[in-house]
Design a protein. Structure first.
Lengths: 647, 42
């Protein structure tokens, strides 16, 4: 029988079995699946993550089945409480919450926590059920089915742009509170613990977007003063902890503690979270389309804005992707929308904007409570303003992320990899693919010295890739070695499926590169290679099963192909749909100016489909490919529907 | 396989509309997803 590892893999199998093509995001039949993996609750480094899957209203233009992952402690607690997953169906007539405790389950009235922000909701349920209770919840935005709403946990862990907070709100499920005192059984404990220690040593330098700890950004360090573990079982401290942030002008009173990393920092640091395009690009292209440097509001106001964002239960796409879009509006004469003056330089504008959206206040709130694509569809705006919205949200209504145009710089060949992940996935792929792009931090400084390490040694990086894959073609700049590049992208994507099924963190795994505890250690190192066998080495002694890396890679391939089959069966996913974001890549990458055209894009996509075992014309898997993966019954169903590759 | 290592072995299914709660064994759901009959690893 096929195997699906856990987490997203099992959720995908359940969706194939049970999710009907006409199931909409707010239908009672939509399943909201809270998943753990075999590593969850164990000593595996970074294993505190959980996954949530379901049909998302946020995906544009077609709401479809997608996924999100988040860190924290809830997933481990769920296993300690006796369950690998919770699958919620139906819609309640009144707001309720689930209380899961040591194998018992209660569905309780949520009257006491109705309307509360995500911090206070968690606090209230911890007071009621015990301080060690772990809570996932929605804030006011989720209760109001705002498409930007998150499923929130702890200080800032969240399922964000998947849009599943709105589904939780539609089901009238305010929260899930979990407490368990059980454990996870290990088949070979001594061997397993030894490997966990080895993996901890391998990742000691921190998340692999930089080879060694640095103070350049607060989320790059191993755990230390001011830094915070975001997840159960993680030896790293990627989050920066802010204590006692005033909440008086947000939703309620008092103060909140907040953890931030990555996008959460945009309100605070502004410019450092984004990169400006080169002068040549600004002079020669629609400079309006490129990201303005998001204004830094600083520690005090920036954290207050972020606390509001987290408390309302909204995604962090707000500061990064709305800010530049508002500026395109202003520069093209759109200074107000539905009577609301656009003032992105003013923090009070953001306070008001986020609250208006979260509570769907007035026409402005109602319009922007939908995703930006649906909002601009409703508004009478100049074409350049509508195009800029698509530049900021280039595919699936998801915010530009690590594609080298609207947001971070991603010089060739990295953006070619990330483009392939974007076009194949069902959402912003980079939320699960950081490893594909974090290698940019190891590159020589680029983008006016704002990214990359001055200590880079490309020969050693290439040697590590050669050790892993037998070739360096996938990592060479430019458009040579296309087959090597697409094979690398497929491997990365298969491993992303594994990462979201085991479940572990894509800021670390799969570990092609080692990290180092100091700059000195990095400079003296002869070998940068990490260990791409790590996942199998950990899973085998944990389960006692005969698992090796070939098994892991095949399972990742299986999960991706099954996800593809769902999208073909339920949503007619096709090559044409995969190609909808191609136009964005006709704009140059903002730091090195590389770009493509439709002909080159098609060459790359042909290669990708070929190595996937998918039909070049339709993008559908072949019957042989599905059967090779043990998905014979899936192939037969697609044959019955006349949706299989004819190859 | 009598012993689940790594996995707990149970999935909780809740119909929030009716209040129905089911505790399903992982091995018995979805065509024996993880450790069902025929798995080459069991």
């Amino acid at each position: 029988m096929p195997e699906y590892i856990g987490g997203k893999g099992i959720a995908t199998r359940i969706a194939w079995n049970e999710l009907k093509p006409d199931t909409g995001p707010y239908d009672p039949e939509n399943m909201l699946m809270f998943m753990t993996g075999p590593f969850t609750g164990t000593l595996v480094p970074t294993s505190g993550r959980g996954s949530v899957c379901g049909v998302s209203p946020r995906i544009y233009p077609t709401p479809w089945f997608t996924y999100g992952t988040m860190g924290g402690d809830w997933a481990a607690e769920l296993k300690y409480a006796g369950f690998d997953a919770v699958i919620v169906k139906g819609n309640s007539s009144k707001l309720v919450y689930l209380w899961i405790h040591d194998g018992e389950v209660d569905l309780l009235d949520a009257k006491e926590i109705t309307g509360l922000d995500t911090f206070v909701t968690q606090h209230h349920l911890k007071e009621k059920h015990g301080n060690r209770t772990q809570v996932v919840c929605v804030g006011p935005a989720g209760e109001n089915r705002v498409l930007w709403s998150t499923i929130q946990h702890r200080l800032s862990n969240s399922i964000g742009d998947a849009g599943l907070g709105a589904v939780m709100g539609a089901k009238k499920l305010k929260a899930i509170a979990i407490r368990g005192t059980g454990g996870v059984k290990i088949a070979k404990p001594d061997e397993f613990i030894q490997i966990c220690h080895e993996m901890k040593e391998m990742i000691k330098g921190g998340p692999t977007n930089y080879p060694y700890p640095t103070n350049d950004l607060p989320y790059r360090n191993p755990i230390g003063p001011g830094n915070q573990q975001c997840s159960h079982g993680c030896p790293l401290g990627c989050g920066k902890l802010y204590k006692n942030v005033p909440a008086g002008i947000t939703v309620g009173s008092g103060t909140r503690n907040m953890m931030s990393h990555c996008e959460d920092l945009a309100f605070i640091y502004g410019e450092s979270a984004t990169h400006y395009p080169t002068k040549e690009i600004m002079d020669n292209y629609d400079s309006d389309m490129y990201t303005r440097e998001t204004k830094a509001f600083g520690d005090r106001i920036g954290t207050e804005l972020q606390v509001l964002c987290e408390g309302l239960g909204l995604t962090s796409a707000f500061p990064i992707n709305f800010y530049p879009w508002f500026w395109v509006c202003i520069e093209n004469g759109v200074t107000e929308i539905e009577g609301v003056k656009l003032e992105p330089e003013d923090p009070h504008f953001w306070f008001q904007f986020m609250k208006t959206v979260a509570y769907r206040e007035g026409d402005f709130g109602e319009i922007f409570a939908e995703d930006l694509m649906r909002a601009v569809d409703q508004l009478d705006l100049p074409p350049i303003v509508k195009k800029a919205a698509k530049f900021q949200f280039p595919m699936w209504g998801q915010p530009a992320h690590r594609q080298g145009r609207a947001y971070e710089s991603q010089p060739s060949p990295i953006w070619i990899n990330t483009m392939l992940h974007w076009i194949i996935d069902s959402r912003d792929a980079m939320a699960s693919h950081h490893q594909s792009s974090f290698v940019v931090g190891w590159f020589p400084p680029h983008n006016e010295g704002k990214a990359g390490t001055p200590d880079s040694n490309m020969e050693k990086i290439q040697a590590a890739y050669k050790k892993a894959f037998g070739t360096t073609g996938g990592m060479e700049p430019g458009f040579e070695n296309i087959d090597d590049k697409t094979r690398l992208a497929i491997w990365q994507d298969n491993r992303a499926q594994i990462k979201d099924s085991l479940l572990i963190c894509d800021w670390v795994f799969p570990a092609i590169l080692h990290t180092f505890s100091s700059r000195k250690e990095y400079l003296e190192a002869e070998d940068y290679y990490g260990d791409i066998d790590a996942e199998a080495k950990l899973l085998a002694p944990l389960t006692g099963l005969d698992i090796d890396t070939a098994y892991i890679d095949k399972a990742g391939d299986r999960i991706r192909n099954l996800d593809r089959a769902i999208h073909i069966r339920n949503y007619d996913r096709s090559r044409e749909i995969d190609s909808t974001g191609e136009w964005v890549y006709e704009y140059p990458e903002k730091s090195d100016g590389t770009k493509l055209d439709m002909k080159l894009f098609n060459t790359i996509l042909d290669s990708y489909y070929k190595h996937r075992g998918w039909d070049k014309t339709t993008g559908r898997p072949t019957r042989a490919k599905l059967e090779e993966l043990g998905l014979k019954e899936v192939a037969e169903e697609l044959v019955r529907l006349d949706k299989i590759s004819k190859m | 396989m009598n012993q689940m290592y790594g996995w707990v072995g149970k999935i909780l299914r809740v119909d929030i509309g009716t209040g129905e709660v089911k505790k399903r064994k992982l091995r018995n759901m979805c065509l024996n997803i993880l450790v069902g009959k025929g798995s080459r690893h069991v």
